[in-house]
Structure formats: C-alpha cells, structure tokens
Design a protein around this ligand. Sequence first.
Ligand SMILES: [Zn+2]
Length: 394
Amino acid sequence: MPMEEIKLAASFKIDLADVDEATISEIYHLFTEYQGIVNELIEHAHSHKITSPKRLWCAKYRELRQRYPTLPSHYIHTACRHAASIYKSFVEMKKMGIPCEKEKPVFKRWTIWLDDHLFKLNIEGWRVSIIVHGGKWVTLRLLHGKYHDKFKSMELGEARLVLKKDGNLYLNVVFRQTIVLPEISADAKVIAIDVNENVVVYGNDDFVERFETNEGIIRTRYFLKRRRIQSRIRGRDLRTRLLGKYKERERRRVREIYYKAVKRIIDKAKEIGATVIVMEDLKHLNRKDKGSKELNGRIHRWSYRRFQRILEYKAKLCGLHVKYVNPRGTSKTCPICGDELEESSNGRRLRKCQRCGLEEDRDVIAVRNLTRRYYEECIDAKTPLKPLLIIGAG
Ligand SMILES: [Zn+2]
C-alpha cells in the first residue's frame, strides 16, 4: 500500500495574561536576536550564492556560536534553514521573472522557527515550553478551542513562534499524519486540472467542467486599490497599514475561492469514482518558458502553486493520489492525433486541428492532454485513446 505523509498546521494564541515582565522581555530579546542572525545569514547566502542550508551552516555556525554563547545552539540550526529558505524562494521568484526592487531579501518578520530541541508541547495540558538563553525553559499556556482537539492524535512536527504587530504571541505547530492510499490500477479514473487566471477547468476524456474563480479580476481590483492608496494617502504609517490590510484581504479572498474550487473537484472525484488527481508540474514550465510569457502569466503560476498545495493535501486526506505531469504544449497539441493546433476562426478560445478536424475549447484540450499525459508518464503501458466527443464545434 502506498503511504503518503500530509502536514497540517495548527495555530495557538499564547496566553500572556499571567506571564511576568522578565519572561516577556526574555522572549522579545529572543526575537530580536534571531531576526538579526537570520538577516546576517541571508546576507552571507546572497554574497556567496548559497541556497543550501547545510552549506550555510558549515560557513557560519562556529562564528555565530562564539558570538552568541548563551543562545541554545539549535536556534542557529533553524536560523540557517530559515535564511536558506527565504533566500531560495527569492531566487526562485527572480527566476520566474516576478519583478522585485530589492537586491536581496530582508527578513522583517517576527517569526522564530523551532525544532524539537527548542520546544516541548504538552497537548493534553495545552502548554508549550520554550528554551531561552542559558538553557532556561519557559512554559506558556496555549489558548485553544474544540478545533484543536483533532491534533491530539497526530504526530508532532516543527513549530513557529510568531509575534504579531499587536503584541500577541502565537505558536504555529505543524502536525503530521501518515495516509495509506489504495494502489493505483492501470485503468484508474483520473481528474485532470487546468488552472487559468479566472477559471479552474477539470475533467478527463468523459467530461469537462469549469469553476469560475475570477481570481484575475479580483487581483486586478486589489492592484488598482493599492495603487490608489499609494498615490493618495500621504501619511507613511497609514499607507503601510492600509496596504497591509488590503493585501491580507486579497490573500484571504483568493484562498477562500481556492478552497471552494478544491471542494468541488474532490466531490466530483468521489461522484465519478476517480482515484487520481492530475496537475501540471510547474517546474517543467518555469525552466523552459522563462521570460517567454507576459508578467501576468508568471504571477498567476506563482499563485497556482498555492492552489496545488491545497488541492494536494485535501485530496490525499480523502484517499486520492496526486500526480504531476509535464504540461509542455498541453494547450497547443491535438489530444487525438498529436498534431499542432491552430487558432480557429469560429471563436477566440477555440483551437482547430488541421489533420483530424478536431475543433475544441482550449481549456478542454488542456484537460484532455493532461489526462493523456498521465497515462503516458505515470502508467507504463499506454492505454489506447478513446475517440473524443467534440463539444466545442457548433
Ligand atoms: Zn488532430
């Protein structure tokens, strides 16, 4: 039986009501020091082009250990991983061509990564203990609700200590769960997903459905809103606050829509008895398509990854397999004969095959090609292709 591990994050607000001043200032001190270390490590990563946490650790650990002798050494371990991941995603964004004015990333957040040497969780008593300077342990009470009960049966992973601007302290914990998935049979039913700026298209050789997300429209609206704020609001603090507020609101709206689309897809999979979800492997696309598409497309792909992560995790929880296939040319190739498609004169979204006469909506074509790729790439024996229903042509 194939096993997959899924991760689920839980966020706990920390009760600071009965915590004494000395402990609070000790925690604050930890945040400042950790942030300084991460920024120093990013600086080093940037000047030496290092994205590997291990290499970063080898280069800087001794020196940092000497300069921070009372800081538990695992903070330096996690800071190395933290800095490497920040620098790596910065490099990745640059590669995708997302414009960024900054030369190098700066870590401004108040977040500390905690590995299993730095914190202990007592989930029955809802307490967390965190090690601070000099190896002293500080125990804090976690505020919790019914929602948190389900984590009791899960395996504990890493955690993040987060200090919000309003002074509230949070502990975000990753829990792991191993999922046993059924074996995939060669004739497994699949649902392939094609995500466009404003619509999620999903289906296989037998059906294709759409879910309107209007994500592109929402993003444009927020973009214009932010631009208005930038040009009209004078006070710097107010401007920053408003920009932050709308950015968060946009993020939340898009996420909500993603969750709805994911639910629709999973319900459909259950309804038709599909056991595999097929998505585009964006790594292929980014490397080869670098710089060839307009900016919007690149930002869209960046957010598509977030959609993929949500769908992947929800699908696995429901016992579905998730497979990624090379999306190269999936909207330009005829799913029947493999010939190159041309734009049709019957409609902007239609594509036509000169060889076999197929005329179809380009989203439908992408979904069918992804389905076909799955059988080609993931199942050894190529399954014979079924003749397709032609929906697009009037
Ligand atoms: Zn054809």
